[in-house]
Design a protein around this ligand. Structure first.
Ligand code: ATP
Ligand code: MG
Length: 445
């Protein structure tokens, strides 16, 4: 992409309405535009990151054996009357009436609708286990939408639902979700710690929230610092293997980690004092097992291997896709701007031409761009006729993890400069070597 032809409405001034750094940088980097309180347009740069996050979520869900579908944003009120949640959900639910006076709502979550799909099509235990998920916009009429995409009213969520014949099988689904989430967040360059949580309006006894530690987080959390040493890394998991998944879950749930709702001081104080940590956290996901809470009232029943009709055991599992952009920036930035982890960056690398219009510099930039494209890596090439300082400031603000700087002086010696956004360190090398290095970095992403 050539910056001269792109749409990147960068702001020079700090927007007054932004209270936290991620919101400030998302506005300044031209990633989002607020349209109403808690409702945003995703401008091209923000949209690229959003798509990238969605893609990682999809890949890891499919790897875990979960099946994507797409349900609508608008749902009939009657479905929610069946579960009893139409009245319970309260003012957060946006209720709409159509021209025929039919009551509808903009879905805040999809337990009822997925249960409706299931009961219409599944009759036998032989069709189980089954986990269906989608990535779809949700609406919750939050009292205080704030912090940009972090607490929006309209927001993008991945929500998945498992259907299992019994408790043990449903707990395996729960474990599979925890394992796949650990891997998902790590691919985004995040450490999200599973913490024992309280259940809220979704219901259920077994639930963990995934929290990213950040001073601007809305939750208060308590944990054993040993948990922050755990890494998922390159493990290859057999998601059908119950023991293997359970062992990984045990690894992450043994060290103490709880939100303020489930915090137990007496247990916390059994951890060695130097490992007792209190912090703020951003909730980027939550998993629940809730048994037959929806299947029973809504008649999601299958015939088991003894010929009996039994309600299925269910759970639901959410990832805050749009909130993740804010969480990643909160966890990865400096005073110049965002620092995208390679896994989610909108462009893998930026090319800065120090002297636009100089024949050799222009040709070298174009050759680098072409070579990167041939490797499936689309660079953002700053081909504007602007000062080097201004170009660097833009690249630093939008946070591409790597920058290739090309100028006539370096080229005379056959060199360009490769700079890491994270460390600020630069290295001179040939254009070919820079391209090869970028390709090597992204080969493992
Ligand atoms: P919160 O406690 O932050 O209000 P929640 O527990 O009500 O969130 P869930 O029903 O667990 O939310 O939804 C799954 C995920 O969706 C959350 O973990 C969070 O990452 C994201 N999410 C929830 N509400 C919002 C919102 N208003 N804006 C952006 N993301 C949200
Ligand atoms: Mg939650």
């Amino acid at each position: 992409m050539r910056l001269s032809r792109y749409f990147l409405p960068v702001l020079k001034e700090n927007p007054a309405e932004a209270q936290i750094v991620s919101h400030r940088y998302m506005l300044r980097a031209g990633m989002i535009k607020q349209q109403q309180a808690g409702i945003y347009s995703w401008l091209p740069l923000g949209f690229r990151v959003l798509r990238r996050i969605e893609q990682i979520v999809h890949e890891e869900q499919v790897r875990a054996g979960h099946i994507p579908l797409l349900m609508p944003t608008l749902q009939p009120a009657d479905l929610w009357r069946e579960s009893g949640r139409y009245d319970d959900y309260g003012e957060e639910m946006l209720r709409i009436t159509d021209r025929h006076k039919r009551e509808m709502l903009y879905g805040p979550t999809n337990e009822e609708m997925i249960t409706d799909i299931f009961r219409a099509h599944v009759e036998s235990y032989k069709s189980l286990p089954l986990t269906l998920y989608h990535i779809q916009w949700k609406f919750r009429d939050e009292v205080r939408p704030r912090f940009g995409v972090m607490r929006g009213r309209e927001f993008l969520m991945k929500d998945g639902y498992n259907f299992d014949i019994d408790y043990d099988s449903a707990i395996h689904a729960y474990n599979r979700h925890m394992v796949s989430y650990l891997k998902t967040y790590e691919r985004m360059g995040l450490q999200a710690i599973p913490m024992r949580a309280a259940s809220g309006p979704i219901g259920g006894d077994n639930t963990h929230e995934f929290l990213v530690l950040a001073s601007t987080g809305e939750s208060e959390v308590f944990y054993d610092s040993a948990i922050t040493d755990l890494k998922f890394g390159d493990r290859v998991v057999d998601y059908d293997n119950r023991d293997e998944c359970a062992a990984i879950v045990r690894e992450w749930t043994t060290p103490y980690a709880r939100t303020d709702e489930t915090h137990d001081v007496s247990v916390f104080h059994t951890i060695p004092a130097e490992r007792q940590k209190t912090s703020r956290g951003i909730e980027v996901g939550q998993i629940f097992y809730f048994g037959t809470k929806y299947s029973e009232p809504m008649g999601a029943v299958v015939v088991n291997d003894k010929g009996e009709r039994v309600p299925v055991h269910m759970g639901s599992h959410g990832i805050g896709v749009s909130r993740l952009l804010g969480a990643i920036i909160e966890a990865s930035h400096d005073d110049k701007g965002i620092i995208w982890p390679e896994g989610v960056t909108p462009f893998p690398v930026g090319i800065v031409n120090l002297k636009q219009g100089d024949g050799a510099a222009d040709a070298a930039c174009e050759a680098i761009e072409k070579a990167l494209l041939a490797k499936g890596l689309e660079p953002l090439y700053d081909d504007r006729d602007d000062r080097a300082g201004a170009k660097f400031a833009t690249m630093d603000l939008i946070g591409l993890p790597w920058r290739i700087t090309v100028g006539p002086r370096g080229l005379a010696a056959g060199k360009v400069e490769l700079t890491s956004r994270r460390t600020g360190e630069s290295e001179e090398m040939s254009p070919e070597a820079a391209v090869a290095r970028i390709a090597e970095i992204y080969a493992g992403v």
